[in-house]
Design a protein around this ligand. Structure first.
Ligand code: 13P
Ligand code: SF4
Length: 332
């Protein structure tokens, strides 16, 4: 039997009252899923706030690496995901590709001892564990600059995975040299060597989109996420993580026009007037959009029935080293 959204919302509320659960949703989730959550935020906020929450179950609406981060930081919690959705960028690297990247540096005369790996939080637990084991840490788009500044103090080469754009953008902001594995540049001349991963959603924004909006609305501001290509970030007025973008845009005067280069659901929810999506193609994250209200209801029902769906499990060794990589970030 198919339920309406209103019926599903009522059923979710009833099950929430009965069970020891916290509903968590990332900003990119569909509105109706986002509205039902007890905790909302960007990936960093969600990792921190769920750690401090004491319900037995975390029902996480987001993508796999986010649910895994909660499990890794709080192994005693039961983490379930209404949809086992996987971030396309996180899927671009696994532990084998990670090892190949380290080997590429070694083949270019950079020894393992001289490499400090940093992984963007958008990576699966096996990659975080590899990074942790090599003395490295995790970063998010909110704290990447701080993490890289700390890492550079060790005087080593930084191997940045998996997002080449975030790595290059931070390097540009800090006046550092960067290269991307496979671009033919000598890694010895770079401070930050980036893996060649990217977010297909943030690749949708182009310099032509910026030119179009500036011509159409003189005085418009352009605000983008650092997963956009460096050419876009260079041309923008503001570059920031999800929470930094929210703060920047909501604090603008109401009559200030702004075109935003990030995920559609979040932009659409922000500020109805004078806010534009910086693309002619709707920049929806397909995997973030997979989770529906019905999935949330069915997940709660599965907990109530004693057979939780899509529970996140991480093996002991991966959990240990991924936790170390995440905690090195949180300590900063
Ligand atoms: P935040 O770290 O800003 O939440 O971003 C996660 C993400 O997937 C951006 O595309
Ligand atoms: Fe991954 Fe991009 Fe979706 Fe973010 S927007 S979850 S980086 S695919």
């Amino acid at each position: 039997m198919k339920f309406t959204n209103e019926e599903l919302k009522q059923k979710i509320i009833e099950l929430k009252e009965k069970l020891s659960v916290t509903l968590v949703a990332h900003y990119y989730q569909r509105d109706e899923v986002f509205e039902m959550a007890d905790i909302t935020g960007d990936s960093l906020e969600l990792a921190i706030r769920t750690r401090d929450d004491d319900a037995e179950y975390v029902v996480f609406s987001g993508v796999g690496f986010m649910g895994q981060s909660v499990k890794v930081l709080s192994p005693h919690k039961r983490v379930v995901m209404p949809k086992a959705a996987c971030c396309a960028m996180a899927r671009m690297i696994d532990s084998m590709y990670y090892d190949e990247s380290v080997k590429f540096l070694e083949d270019n005369g950079i020894s393992k001892e001289n490499i400090l790996p940093i992984t963007y939080i958008n990576s699966n637990a096996d990659v975080k564990a590899k990074v942790g084991e090599m003395g490295g840490m995790v970063c998010t788009s909110s704290n990447a600059k701080k993490i890289i500044t700390t890492a550079l103090a060790e005087g080593k080469k930084i191997l940045f995975v998996p997002d080449r754009c975030l790595g290059q953008n931070i390097a540009n902001q800090m006046g550092l040299n960067s290269c991307v594995i496979g671009d033919g540049k000598d890694p010895n001349e770079a401070d930050i060597i980036c893996y060649n991963g990217f977010c297909s959603v943030h690749q949708l924004f182009t310099v032509e989109d910026i030119t179009f909006y500036r011509k159409k609305y003189p005085g418009i501001l352009i605000a983008v996420h650092p997963e956009c290509d460096p050419a876009i970030c260079d041309a923008a007025d503001f570059v920031g993580s999800t929470s930094q973008l929210i703060k920047y845009i909501t604090e603008l005067p109401q009559d200030q026009k702004v075109a935003v280069g990030t995920e559609f659901n979040m932009v659409n929810r922000l500020r109805k007037k004078n806010t534009y999506v910086l693309s002619s193609t709707k920049p929806e994250c397909p995997t973030m959009n997979e989770t529906t209200l019905e999935d949330v209801y069915l997940t709660l029902k599965s907990i109530d029935d004693g057979e939780p769906l899509n529970e996140i499990l991480v093996d002991e060794k991966t959990q240990k080293w991924a936790k170390i990589a995440l905690e090195r970030m949180l300590a900063l």
